[in-house]
Each structure stands twice: as C-alpha cells, then as structure tokens.
Write a protein that binds this ligand. Sequence first.
Ligand SMILES: NC(=O)c1ccc[n+]([C@@H]2O[C@H](COP(=O)([O-])OP(=O)(O)OC[C@H]3O[C@@H](n4cnc5c(N)ncnc54)[C@H](O)[C@@H]3O)[C@@H](O)[C@H]2O)c1
Length: 390
Amino acid sequence: MAKQGDLDAFKGNAAVEEIVDASKKVKVGIIGTGWIAEAHVMEYQKMPDVEIVAMADLIPGKAEAFAEKMGVENVRFYPSDKALVDAEKDLDAVSICTYNRQHAPCAIYALEHGLNVLLEKPMCVTLDEAVEIVKAEKKSGKVLSIGFQPRLDPNMQMIKKIVESGELGQIYYIQTGGGRRKGIPTPFGTSFIEDKTAGLGALGDIGCYSLDMVLNAIGYPKPLTVSGYKSAFFGKNPETFTSKGYPAEYAELFNVDDFAAAFVRLEGGIILDFRIAWDMHLDTPGDTIIMGTKGSLRVPSTECWNGSIGGPMKIYHDVAGKGVETEIPMLDSLPEGLFYHKLRSFVNAAKSGGKAPVPSSEIIYNQAILDGIVRSNAAGREVEINIPEI
Ligand SMILES: NC(=O)c1ccc[n+]([C@@H]2O[C@H](COP(=O)([O-])OP(=O)(O)OC[C@H]3O[C@@H](n4cnc5c(N)ncnc54)[C@H](O)[C@@H]3O)[C@@H](O)[C@H]2O)c1
C-alpha cells in the first residue's frame, strides 16, 4: 500500500516511448504548487510536446521553490491563478492543483479566458459550483477534464467491460466505498481537513473515486435521491493526530467529514449503497458488489484512488442451472503509470479539440451525490437531486 504523500504511487515502471508531434508545443500553466502538482509536473516533463511556462501559488515563494525542486527552468511565477491567466497571453492549458474550495473559481476563470483545463478531483465542493463550471466550459468550447486517473487502470476498465458485456444482466443494486483504518491526510498541513480549504473530507478525497469506479462502469446514470450521513468522530479527537506526531490543534481545525454513508437511488431503478472512511476501527468497510439479474460481480476491497483492486474479481452466476463462480485474472497496471496517461489523454484532447477523457457531463453526477449527502445529513432525511439543464 502506498503511504500518504508517497509520490512513487504515481510513477510508472517503464520509460515512455510514445511518438508525438512536438513541432508545436502545448504551453501549460500549473495553478497551485502543492503535493499533487508534483505528479503533474513529473509527467508533463516526460512529454516532448508540452512546455510548462508558468506557475502560480497563493503562498509567496512556494511556486519558485517548487520549480527548483522539480527542476523546471524558464518558467514565470505568479501570486494567484488570476494573475497567471491574465498575464500569460500564449497559454494553451492549465492544470488546476489547488485545494478543493479553489477548484470552481480557478476552473471558471481559466475557461472564461479560453484555456483548456485539467481540474483535479473532486470536481469542486457543491453541485451549484459544478453547474457554474459546466456553464463556463460550454461557453468556452474548450476541453475540461477531471482528474480521475483510476478509471484508466485495466482492472477498473474490466469492471466496465464486464457490465457492458451483459454477463450480469440488468443491474439493480451496488455496494461500494472503502476507506483507511488510520488515514486522515495531514502530511502537508491542514488543507485537507479544514472546511475553508477542503470543503469536503473523506467524501472529496477518496469517496468520489469509489463513486466513479461504479458509476463509470454502469454508464453514469442520473442520481435521483439520496439519504446521506456524515460524521467526524476521529478528526475531532486530538489523539488521532498526536499519535502520528501531528499537533493536537489539528483536531480543533478539523471541520469536514471523516466518515460518510449514503443510500442513493439512480435512474433505471438502481440502488447505490455507499460508505467511505478516512479513519475507522475496521480493516475495510466492505468489497464492492454489483448485483444483476443474471450475475453479480465482487470486487475485493480496493484502494480505488490509485486504481488497484484487492484481489481477483469474481462473477457469481448460474451455468446449466448450477451456481458457479468465475474468477477474473488480475491485469497488470499500465507500465507508464496512471498519472502519465491521465495527463497524456488530456494533452491529446487539448491538441485536437477532442472529447475530454473524463468529462464533466459524467462527473457532475458524482458531485451531485456528494452534495446530496451533505444536504441530506443537514436535513436529517432523504433529499432529491435536481440538476438543471445546462
Ligand atoms: N488525483 C489524485 O490522485 C490526487 C491526489 C492528491 C490530491 N489530489 C487533489 O489535488 C488537489 C490539491 O491537493 P494537494 O495535496 O496538492 O493540496 P495542497 O494543499 O498541498 O496544495 C494546494 C496548493 O494550491 C494553492 N492554491 C490554492 N488556491 C490557489 C489559487 N487560487 N491560485 C494559486 N494557488 C492556489 C495553495 O496555496 C497550495 O499551495 C486537491 O483537490 C486533491 O483532492 C488529487
């Protein structure tokens, strides 16, 4: 299992050998130079047709130090996303690597200024923000892709292929989610645990991946209603942090979810039963199961944020009237690493004006569920999900 803050999790184990047309470089800006920006820069540096020309961070000196650490030269620095977008007249695209609360303002500003946008996950914090992002995207005609690299993994793609093959029949129930036994992410400070920066806790950090794994597999049906719950028993306990050598004050600053669960009704009569944990007294809150009228699929409990599954998947079905289990052999992950392919597919789409590899038309449903869980928890009852036509 990759450690928190371990960038090796994103590195492939093979050199990249793709041949690309490098006669015209795609000029990229990096907005937010924290931890995940390292993975973006590392992969862009492998691409002969990409030039990183600018970087921005709100913290004075951070972008400069980041560029030096990553060995990026001839780059211009800015104190905010807006300053970068306003000044860089020749830019083609930006990677938005800010904390969640800044996803929507940064994405909207960049799209309004005619830039292609690779936006880190979660798409944003609320459904209203997601709607505004999609409006800006539609107006701009540019490529907006959301940073869900796990769906590029061959095992994750196999889940979708199995569903699409019809082997499971009509899908009627899904259980998914996951979590960490002790995994509230604070190695780089408090940007994941404070509402003013993160907006969402486990839901936005890892819950959105579990949702994407199954919703992508079944073709992203529209969510209709949600009954959601969230809590923060571990994040509010100083021992959670002191036991790992972090300040006890983190517990006072903690004001997002560390656990969430939901019962979601999807179009097509499908029920989605979901739970996610950043911290819990349990090894795993369960496997992912996709139940259908002809067969059901079990995906052993996953670290779905990095595309891995916990063991071979099994299809349970009847053959000649007998209950049979078919084991699906595990597939090797992509040798160049998922992050390389996430960025490469975005750059290819930006160059060709093609379809976004991870489109907002799908991820807005993911965001609507996160938003619904928060609203339902506040209301103490099931709520409807209404997504306006954009
Ligand atoms: N795809 C993945 O596997 C993956 C992994 C980790 C994090 N993430 C996502 O990446 C995002 C960033 O995570 P992180 O760990 O790098 O966070 P971080 O807090 O380490 O870095 C975010 C940086 O953005 C800067 N920033 C915020 N608003 C800005 C603005 N308007 N202009 C310029 N800079 C701004 C902050 O000052 C900070 O330095 C989060 O949304 C997270 O969910 C994705």
